[in-house]
Write a protein that binds this ligand. Structure first.
Ligand code: NAG
Length: 292
């Protein structure tokens, strides 16, 4: 019995491997394969055989794209190079969102600035239609000088926003204390660039200088180890090379928490959880539950 048992075990392993391989969401895939340009006509371009995507804004319009897939949990990486030079008044948004009035959303937004003045990285989390959870950062590099990685780890335990692998924000699943958590609504990935000079730069004081248009943000190296959702069924991948879908249970470890503290102590410029003026009746429950 022993030899045939191990033979069938091997066959079983092989078929599991094949099954896994077939449900893997393509990593290092092309923009043509994973995204649709949704608005802005020729202001949005997929270049270099699908390796590069650019979005532009001019006086007439901005532009945007969205993922073909919907995702329910995943580790999603993208590299962005933001509008260089005088980007004041422009906003580049890169986010995950579901549909409808009780939607969930996980946001990165980049608020442009005058040449030499720092961008603001704005983040937010919506659960079941409610956001108002802004945290803002100054990056420790110029995000328009080169491509940098912006990642979202989203699993049943929490959401971690990272920049070049450094965690900048964690939103834990705190359903146990009554905070709704995004876990039932699949989300698409979206990005767009638009003019927001009525509020974006120094609260709207600095206007977009249209003589500098078009304003262009570039995208590269999209990678999703994720559960993609189609017609009510989820198929979870994760490149086998990176150990299957370990991201599904990943949380910040002690080193990650230390690095996030460094970001919060040195690069955070706004945290709704410390904005007492805004919450005269007391901070939202998730603020009391987390140190920062
Ligand atoms: C732009 O730079 C100014 C001056 O350093 C700063 O006050 C502002 O917060 C920066 N960012 C935005 C988005 O206005």
């Amino acid at each position: 019995m022993a030899p045939s048992l191990s033979y069938s075990t091997a066959a079983l392993c092989l078929s599991i491997l094949l099954l896994l391989a077939s449900s893997v969401v393509p990593s290092a895939a092309s923009f043509n394969q994973d995204f649709d340009i949704t608005w802005g006509d020729s202001r949005a371009k997929i270049l270099d055989n699908g390796d590069l995507l650019t979005l532009s804004l001019d006086k007439t319009s901005g532009s945007g794209f969205q993922s073909k897939n919907e995702y329910l949990f995943g580790k999603i990486d993208m590299r962005l190079k933001l509008v260089p030079g005088n980007s004041a008044g422009t906003v580049t948004a890169y986010y995950l969102s579901s549909q409808g009035s009780t939607h969930d959303e996980i946001d990165f937004e980049f608020l442009g600035n005058l040449s030499g003045d720092p961008y603001t990285l704005h983040t937010n989390v919506y659960s079941q239609g409610k956001g108002d959870r802004e945290q803002q950062f100054r990056l420790w590099f110029d995000p328009s000088a080169d491509f940098h990685a912006y990642s979202i780890l989203w699993n049943p335990k929490g959401i971690v926003f990272s920049v070049d692998g450094t965690p900048v924000r964690e939103f834990k699943n705190m359903e146990s204390i009554g905070v709704p958590y995004p876990k039932n609504q699949p989300m698409n990935i979206y990005s767009s660039i638009w003019n927001a000079d009525e509020w974006a730069t120094r609260g709207g004081l600095v206007k977009t200088d249209w003589t500098q248009a078009p304003f262009t943000t570039s995208y590269a190296n999209f990678k999703a180890d994720a559960c993609s959702w189609s017609s009510g069924a989820s198929s979870c991948g994760g490149s086998l090379a990176s150990g299957g879908n370990t991201w599904m249970s990943q949380e910040l470890d002690a080193t990650g928490i230390e690095r996030m503290k460094w970001v919060h102590n040195n690069h955070m410029i706004y945290n709704y959880c410390t904005d007492a003026k805004r919450f005269p009746q007391g901070f939202p429950p998730e603020c009391k539950a987390t140190a920062s």
